[in-house]
Design a protein around this ligand. Structure first.
Ligand SMILES: Nc1ncnc2c1ncn2[C@@H]1O[C@H](COP(=O)(O)OP(=O)(O)OP(=O)(O)O)[C@@H](O)[C@H]1O
Ligand SMILES: O=C(O)c1ccc[n+]([C@@H]2O[C@H](COP(=O)([O-])O)[C@@H](O)[C@H]2O)c1
Length: 207
């Protein structure tokens, strides 16, 4: 790397943004699956203008970075400098970093219907290939793809199986089963997302 510009990547660069609030086993499976499909995968934690987040961005970025380190695949990198609430800004930064490379913007199928209402949706869809990962409970309807292709989108459906986790479910009810094992020490140490504290519903036993 020099001057913040990477050599033209061999093949496409997959871009996966997440609120990471907290990262779940679903995010883990997505990242592990993406490195099998693409020669380079970049991920970052971002704020979402339509969501209230449970932890500050810096903390969510640290958790995602820990997950990337635990996966330990040279094809995967934590690129926090791509973070923006807006996909168009991320894509502009990615185009400057990997000039000439095809950019593949990855989302779960729950987001397919909302993309036409994203900031500069048409420019977003022209700047990337949109890769949609199936999400349990969000079957892709052909009707959802029509507005995307009408706006010039090139859409691929990823052959990935992702566990049915959701960050909001973890925020509602602390659930170790939804969390990557590699994050547990950090989550417990810092009492994040209700982990590491005695549960109010399970009072400590008296001696
Ligand atoms: N279990 C999953 N299966 C498939 N895609 C997922 C899964 N979890 C998250 N994603 C996708 O990962 C991206 C980042 O999602 P995000 O970080 O908002 O997680 P989330 O679980 O949807 O969060 P929340 O429950 O707070 O809305 C989105 O494109 C989303 O569709
Ligand atoms: O550009 C937009 O208008 C827009 C609105 C909502 C979400 N996004 C992008 O969608 C990705 C996933 O967001 P999230 O909050 O569901 O984790 C992330 O890269 C966001 O930047 C983008």
């Amino acid at each position: 790397m020099s001057n913040g510009v990477d050599k033209a990547a061999e093949g496409p660069v997959a871009l996966f943004g997440t609120s990471a609030d907290p990262p779940t086993r679903g995010h883990l499976a997505l990242l592990e699956g993406l490195v099998q499909l693409y020669p380079q995968v970049a991920t970052w934690a971002s704020d979402n203008p339509q969501k209230l987040h449970g932890a500050p961005l810096e903390q969510r970025s640290t958790l995602l970075g820990e997950l990337v380190a635990a996966i330990g695949d040279p094809r995967l990198s934590h690129r926090q400098e791509l973070s923006s609430p807006w996909a168009i800004t991320t894509l502009e930064r990615a185009a400057a970093r990997w000039p000439g490379s095809e950019l593949v913007f990855v989302v779960g199928s729950d987001l397919a219907a909302q993309i036409p209402s994203w900031k500069q949706a048409e420019a977003v869809l022209k700047a990337c290939v949109l890769a949609i990962a199936p999400r349990a409970g969000w079957p892709l309807q052909p009707k959802q793809l029509e507005p995307l292709t009408q706006l010039g989108g090139r859409v691929v459906i990823l052959p990935l199986q992702v566990p049915a986790t959701a960050s909001s479910a973890v925020r509602q009810t602390p659930d170790l089963a939804q969390l990557p094992a590699a994050l547990l020490p950090l989550l417990l140490k810092h009492n994040l997302y209700g982990l590491g504290k005695p549960s109010l519903s399970q009072p400590l036993k008296r001696p």
